[in-house]
Design a protein around this ligand. Structure first.
Ligand SMILES: Cc1cc2nc3c(=O)[nH]c(=O)nc-3n(C[C@H](O)[C@H](O)[C@H](O)COP(=O)(O)OP(=O)(O)OC[C@H]3O[C@@H](n4cnc5c(N)ncnc54)[C@H](O)[C@@H]3O)c2cc1C
Length: 485
């Protein structure tokens, strides 16, 4: 049994056994919840969860945040409200000293250290920006902020296109490229094409036929993660959308502001989204432990790090072997199941029992295509169309803990069924920044210091509005500039 150990011999203070979980996503928060339950009568054990945001995101609902179907907060859950006895620390993990058993944290201003007895790595993954040169010019789609930035940027493109008289510039404003034809890229494509159908009538000078969506997939079919028949169904549905241009075998060579370079073609677009592959968090990548070629921590079947028995890893940042030897897929449903076994293993190990391996069969996969259509495989049954869309929605609704959040989601969904989507684009500029920008635009105060991103924003205005046709001055598709929109 984990004992109260006198760790501080100078003052004889009794310290608890501390389990530190890094990352407040599906894996981390579920692990904390299971540990709470297992250790509920054990005051000698302290559970600490560290994450950079104080909420967990239900990622399958993120697409609907982008289209405005769901309010951004409604696809999230505050970690503090979900967990009871875990100590939550909102901070960024800077690095981990495995020899000293210490995690270094930063809250933006100050640095601090947190010691651990058992460490759980659950930091997920981030979009791989190292694969395609110029990836920094593309939007990513992983976080709530990503979804909001992209939403604002897309609405801004429609606003600009509506005022644009130059056909080339207008075409660029209304071309949206998604790189990556996996599940995330496909679901985003489906949601955005449906969103465009619904909002285009609000713009008098934008014809929906002028809006073009390009999906670029390097492999020979979309959604290689799912059953080929379902992937074909999804591809066929999306191909029929107005302005859809879906390409397989399309290997992107490079991205630059406003352009995607293929081997024999350049696609000009003001919106480029990168949804092609993930990479491990730098903190995890820097750890001197065994990792696979994608940088994920290699653990044994019990999710324990072979060279560091006090370190465990779970979810997207880990590679966990299944009984067949193949690693489990990196999915939310797996991360949540892994969490239950991992918590039990830590409990057993602290009690002197051996840990058990994680064994799980994927229940199925589901995806949404927008316009109330979806697809899914549930164990062996394939579903498609409206039924799949309904099953998927119901499933994720029930995955959201707590009836208050569920009710909010249902209200959002009901409104979305009855009314046209909202095109409100709330800027994140403070009033002071907005005033400075206006002064600089009118020449009132040429010395006004405006953040760089705001200067770029001025250059993006349509030619007619600023009486300037100088396309060369129009840096586009810079996610940073959208932050101010
Ligand atoms: C748009 C989208 C849709 C998806 N749809 C599905 C789906 O339909 N079904 C499905 O099963 N899976 C889906 N997934 C995959 C699923 O979200 C992941 O597999 C799952 O989130 C992995 O859980 P995790 O706990 O490992 O990581 P995450 O949930 O990513 O959590 C990692 C956490 O660690 C935090 N963190 C990272 N680095 C640091 C640091 N240095 N300091 C502090 N905190 C840090 C992050 O902020 C985050 O809170 C989707 C993913 C995306 C992006």
């Amino acid at each position: 049994m984990a004992s109260l150990t006198p760790k501080n011999s100078t003052n004889g203070e009794w310290c608890k056994t501390r389990i530190v979980i890094l990352g407040g996503g599906f894996g981390g928060v579920s692990t904390a919840a299971h540990l709470e339950r297992l250790f509920r009568r054990r005051p000698d054990v302290e559970i600490v969860l560290v994450s950079r945001d104080n909420f967990i995101v239900l990622t399958p609902l993120l697409f609907e945040v982008c289209s405005g179907t769901l309010d951004a907060r409604h696809c999230t859950l505050p970690i503090r409200a979900y967990l009871r006895t875990t100590r939550f620390v909102e901070a960024t993990v800077h690095d981990i000293d495995l020899d000293r058993k210490v995690v270094r944290l930063s809250d933006g201003k100050d640095r601090s250290e947190l010691s651990y007895d058992q460490l759980v790595l659950a930091m997920g993954a981030r979009t791989n920006r190292g694969m395609i040169p110029g990836s920094e010019h593309a939007f990513t789609f992983k976080t709530v902020a990503d979804a909001l930035l992209l939403r604002n940027h897309i609405i801004e493109r429609f606003e600009r296109a509506d005022a644009e008289r130059d056909p080339d510039r207008k075409r660029r404003q209304l071309t949206f490229v998604i790189i990556g034809g996996g599940l995330v890229g496909v679901e985003l494509f489906g949601e955005l094409t449906a969103f465009a159908d619904q909002i285009a009538p609000l713009y008098q000078s934008v014809d929906r036929n002028e809006v073009r969506f390009v999906l670029l997939q390097g492999g020979d079919r979309l959604m290689p993660e799912i059953d080929p028949r379902l992937a074909d169904y999804g591809t066929e549905v999306l191909r029929q959308r107005t302005g859809a241009d879906i390409r397989t075998g399309a290997k992107v060579r490079a991205i630059e502001p406003g352009a995607v370079h293929l081997p024999d073609e350049t696609i000009e677009a003001q919106t480029i989204v990168l949804a092609a592959g993930v990479a491990t968090e730098p903190v995890v990548a820097a750890l001197p432990i065994q990792k696979d070629r994608r940088g994920r921590v290699t653990v044994d079947g019990t999710m324990r790090c072979p060279s560091r028995p006090d370190v465990w890893a779970i979810g997207d940042c880990a590679t966990i072997p299944s009984p067949s030897g193949d690693p489990y897929p990196t999915l939310a449903q797996h991360a949540m199941r892994e969490a239950r076994v991992l918590a039990r293993n830590i409990f057993d190990v602290l009690d002197g029992r051996p840990p058990r391996p994680f064994v799980y069969t994927t229940l199925g996969m589901m995806g949404s295509l927008g316009h109330n259509k979806g697809f899914g495989q549930l164990i062996k049954v394939r579903v498609r169309g409206r039924l799949a869309w309904f099953v998927r929605r119901t499933y994720y609704l029930l995955q959201m803990p707590g009836w208050a959040r569920r009710l909010r989601i249902v209200i959002d969904w009901t409104f979305a069924l009855l009314f046209r989507p909202d095109i409100v684009k709330i800027g994140l500029d403070s009033e002071a920044v907005a005033v400075l920008r206006e002064q600089s635009q009118t020449g009132e105060d040429s010395t006004a210091v405006i953040p760089e991103v705001d200067r770029r924003k001025q250059d993006e205005r349509p030619s007619e509005a600023i009486g300037n046709d100088n396309q060369a001055r129009s840096p586009v598709n810079d996610p940073a500039s959208s932050a101010q929109q």
